[in-house]
Design a protein around this ligand. Structure first.
Ligand SMILES: *[C@@H]1O[C@H](CO)[C@@H](O)[C@H](O)[C@H]1NC(C)=O
Ligand SMILES: *[C@@H]1O[C@H](CO)[C@@H](O)[C@H](O)[C@H]1NC(C)=O
Ligand SMILES: *[C@@H]1O[C@H](CO)[C@@H](O)[C@H](O)[C@H]1NC(C)=O
Ligand SMILES: *[C@@H]1O[C@H](CO)[C@@H](O)[C@H](O)[C@H]1NC(C)=O
Ligand SMILES: *[C@@H]1O[C@H](CO)[C@@H](O)[C@H](O)[C@H]1NC(C)=O
Ligand SMILES: *[C@@H]1O[C@H](CO)[C@@H](O)[C@H](O)[C@H]1NC(C)=O
Ligand SMILES: *[C@@H]1O[C@H](CO)[C@@H](O)[C@H](O)[C@H]1NC(C)=O
Ligand SMILES: *[C@@H]1O[C@H](CO)[C@@H](O)[C@H](O)[C@H]1NC(C)=O
Ligand SMILES: *[C@@H]1O[C@H](CO)[C@@H](O)[C@H](O)[C@H]1NC(C)=O
Length: 460
């Protein structure tokens, strides 16, 4: 507290129950790291309240350094400078198998980013925006609502935040759902290789689902899943050799191998929303038209309306905040070019697609210079955790959820039998009901409970 002042932005979707039934706040973290909890609750607070019940305040907050919180993480002196590293996934995470230069170029860019971050952190703020401190902030928020113990739902990186809280302050857990679980050991060692353990399984659900759906519901249809996979592979080779120029009413750009691999990877996060459109886009791409796929990741061109502003426009510091959080939580890695290349090649053996996109995390951390002390997660908590994992999550494999559940005695693993990232990626009234019972009555699902989705992957 004597190091200075930070403002933590909070947004509440209020309880509508009578005071006598009020059950306090449920804090939500949407992961990233870097995503805004304030924005998430503004968008989805009413939907969350439908699941948990009107007795709760649904509370989103922005971690230190992010979005609406102050001060805000910024590696750049102006918005024009920030445009050096545009906010598209394709520029942030170029496909590492795109060319022989991809790995060394990315390594050097991220050495540069790490140096800028360190040199420009003149207030020494970055070392205070650790996950440990955000966990402590969650207790302060809970206490400000007049409650002693945390009620929490965290997805993706939010599971690291939750598990960190449960490890540091285990006697202050009232309810905690961690959903789409990241392994604490992997996080701490900046080695997310196994994050892609189920990526290929997620991609396989696209092939299987498309074959089963038929040509009316899946535009990229072929008779068998293997045919569809072979068609995609041939199309990918074609785009690698012959990228396409795209001009839309918003922007223009090149649709190349890296763009295609990124789009496929992205769509695996939200299959129930995205597989139909992905299939349509691939079918159009096969005819030489990349417009639809390009638009899925389109970012309007940089405009100089706020060129001189040092503070990033809301949400544009998502990447800077994510890097500072994830690499700051981990040990220093300092890998050389040949070490990150070996690292990537090892990850590509787990999943070729996952490795060439997510292998970038290691390269990001290889340039990072500001670190906290970490510790393994696990503790006996004052209330058991509800741990949720999907059977084919492209970035948080089920075995990570299982491993984390084992580190917190009496917690229970609920398996959602769907592709996609976190339980939020599919509608499942079964999962929702278990979450509601857990919060309201403290009832955990039976060991071994498996929930399925309400919807089909390729709806008619
Ligand atoms: C990273 O983790 C993977 C999977 O556990 C392992 O094969 C690899 O050796 C690790 N790499 C480093 C550099 O520790
Ligand atoms: C997809 O595969 C089928 C069967 O192998 C083939 O007939 C068809 O031409 C392929 N379509 C595309 C777009 O590559
Ligand atoms: C661009 O075109 C799309 C449809 O193709 C339309 O939905 C969108 O509003 C247009 N955007 C602008 C800025 O004109
Ligand atoms: C390409 O596809 C877009 C829709 O994604 C469509 O608006 C456009 O007319 C197509 N272009 C050509 C040349 O067919
Ligand atoms: C990594 O680099 C930092 C300087 O940036 C140095 O202090 C540290 O000892 C290095 N760590 C290893 C494991 O080489
Ligand atoms: C890189 O792409 C080529 C061509 O698609 C493929 O044969 C190779 O296995 C890929 N390498 C890795 C490490 O995924
Ligand atoms: C939980 O408590 C038991 C019994 O005291 C102890 O054996 C175990 O090591 C504790 N587990 C953790 C993760 O702290
Ligand atoms: C889950 O973890 C338990 C140990 O806690 C292990 O016996 C089991 O094989 C694991 N299951 C999976 C699917 O990883
Ligand atoms: C919680 O328990 C009460 C009393 O047993 C019951 O009426 C209610 O339906 C339960 N709520 C849920 C969500 O299961």
């Amino acid at each position: 507290p004597d190091k200075g002042v930070a403002g933590i932005a909070i947004l509440r979707y209020p309880s509508t129950s009578p005071k006598s039934e009020y059950r306090g706040p449920i804090l939500f973290n949407p992961g990233g790291p870097g995503n805004s909890g304030v924005a998430a609750v503004r968008q989805s607070g009413s939907a969350f309240a439908t699941v948990f019940g009107e007795q709760y305040d649904i509370v989103g907050f922005d971690s230190r350094g992010l979005s609406y919180s102050t001060p805000i993480v910024s590696f750049f002196n102006s918005a024009a400078e920030r445009n050096w590293s545009p906010a598209t996934r394709n520029s942030v995470f170029p496909a590492l198998n795109a060319s022989d230069e991809a790995v060394p170029t990315q390594w050097a860019r991220l050495q540069l980013l790490g140096r800028l971050a360190e040199e420009r952190d003149t207030e020494h703020f970055l070392q205070h925006m650790t996950t440990d401190n955000v966990a402590r902030d969650m207790l302060s928020i809970t206490e400000a609502f007049g409650f002693e113990k945390l009620q929490y739902w965290g997805i993706s990186y939010g599971t690291i935040l939750g598990a960190t809280f449960a490890t540091l302050i285990p006697d202050k857990v009232e309810r905690m759902v961690i959903d789409g679980v990241v392994d604490g050991e992997a996080w701490l060692s900046a080695n997310l290789t196994n994050s892609v353990a189920d990526t290929d399984a997620a991609l396989q659900t696209f092939f299987d689902g498309c074959a089963a759906a038929g040509p009316d519901r899946c535009a990229f249809h072929a008779p068998t899943a293997a045919d569809i996979a072979a068609n995609l592979s041939a199309l990918t080779t074609r785009i690698r050799n012959e990228p396409l120029a795209v001009i839309t009413n918003v922007s223009y750009g090149v649709f190349d191998y890296s763009a295609l691999r990124n789009i496929i990877f992205d769509m695996l996060f939200t299959p129930y929303e995205s597989f139909t459109i992905l299939a349509e886009g691939l079918a159009q791409l096969a005819t030489g038209n990349a417009t639809l796929l390009y638009r899925l990741n389109e970012v309007p061109p940089f405009e100089c309306t706020k060129c001189g502003a040092k503070e990033p426009v809301f949400h544009l510091n998502k990447y800077e905040g994510g890097v500072a959080t994830s690499c700051g939580d981990a040990v220093a890695v300092n890998d050389s070019v040949s070490q990150v290349r070996d690292f990537y090649l090892n990850e590509a053996m787990v999943s070729s697609l996952g490795g060439e996109i997510f292998g970038n995390w290691r390269i990001v951390c290889a340039g990072w210079k500001i670190h906290r002390e970490g510790r393994p997660v696990g503790a006996n908590t004052s209330f058991p955790l509800l741990v949720i994992g999907n059977t084919a999550d492209p970035v948080t494999p089920l075995f990570w959820a299982n491993k984390t559940a084992a580190a917190f005695p009496h917690s229970v693993l609920l398996t959602q039998d769907t592709p996609g990232h976190t339980s939020m990626s599919a509608k499942s009234s079964c999962t929702s009901m278990h979450m509601r019972r857990y919060f309201q009555n403290g009832t955990l699902p039976e060991e071994g409970t498996v929930c399925s989705a309400d919807d089909e992957l390729f709806p008619s």
